[in-house]
Design a protein around this ligand. Sequence first.
Ligand code: PA5
Length: 433
Amino acid sequence: MIQTRFETEGCQTFLPEVPEAVHNRLNDAYLQLINRSGAGNDFLGWLDLPEAAGSNEIEDVKRVAVRLKELSQVVVVIGIGGSYLGARAIIEALQPHFSDLNPSPSAPTVLFAGNNISEDYLSDLQNILDKKEYSLIVISKSGTTTEPAIAFRILKQHCENKYGKEEAKKRIVAITDRQRGALKQLATQEGYDTFVIPDNVGGRYSVLTPVGLLPIAVAGYDIDALLEGAHRMHELLLADKTLQGNPAMHYALIRNLLYCNGKRVELMVAYEPRLYYLIEWYKQLFGESEGKENRGIFPAGCIFSTDLHSLGQYVQEGQRMLFETVISVEKSHHTLPIPFDEQDTDGLNYLQKKSITEVNHAAETGTRAAHIAGGVPNLRIVIPEINEKTLGELVFFFEFSCAIGGYLLKINPFDQPGVEAYKKNMFRLLGKK
Ligand code: PA5
């Protein structure tokens, strides 16, 4: 049974009655997606990924993950954008806070590289790797992206110097295109274990391929449960195209109506800091999918209540171009009641015996009411708790909704022509031939 719910609150004030024409547009967008007839339909392989649970490839992913776990205290995942954010989103959502300081005894610490061009970052990482047993997972679909290519060149040499060339080969896994690109060529030449990123899956839709699954399995999390959650959401969204029964269509429609009524920025909010990278993943998914032809909602993100003390003022009273979508988590993993204090100098005894989650929920409910009153419509995506299944549901929910949203905007949600512009300038400045 699906555990994710989608709810809206305070939207009626901002939206006119939904005309029939809009329903028809939504229906067309849905049919374009499921009949695979819309723009970018050669990039719809992600629609089939939740079905992959139990396939030979998943077993290979688990086998290689076991090997890397045995060899390593640290596994460095090298990649950027879609070849990075999905794995980080799921791992950070599942792992306990402060796990760098308190590593799991049964799984290596997963670190990330190749997602920036910082000399200090790579130097500091090498200093850590000098003292740890480690392996590398390098991920690049094109096999030519500059950031991960630089990081991999440096870390490959570090690994070969530390372990020798033959041992290093056992410690490096490449995830890349089936045939093309420099990384594929190198992986074949060196004989690395290799997984394929399917041609018909774009980077930002690739978390349920080995791109996400291998790092997540290495970190010790249950990829079968993640795929099962995605599969359950997949079944629901393909079976029911009514607004009441299809939360992804409902979400896509409300977003589009808000956009057409001047709400140009979506603030994706969570009250659990462990969802920070899920929001980063959402930003990439929607930003790269919708932001083209001078259209699209700008996807922004916040962790509340942290950011209520920085951006909260703007949300409440700044320019009225925002709507807010909260990923609301019903249950925390731990219970920590606020204790009684004899002196009550801090005046907190009124909270005694309340759990911190109760206080967090009161902050959420109170903030929602304040923001709605201040002109910020609120949407809610509710999950009972954070685990592999609910994260799998969320991943597929957002991917599906993003695709429908793109078709509602009449753009191709699966390309990213604008990403090339900065690269051209950078290459020219660096003298690349
Ligand atoms: O979603 C995308 O397609 C991009 O964000 C890419 O994933 C990113 O640019 C990395 O590309 P590559 O995997 O080719 O190194």
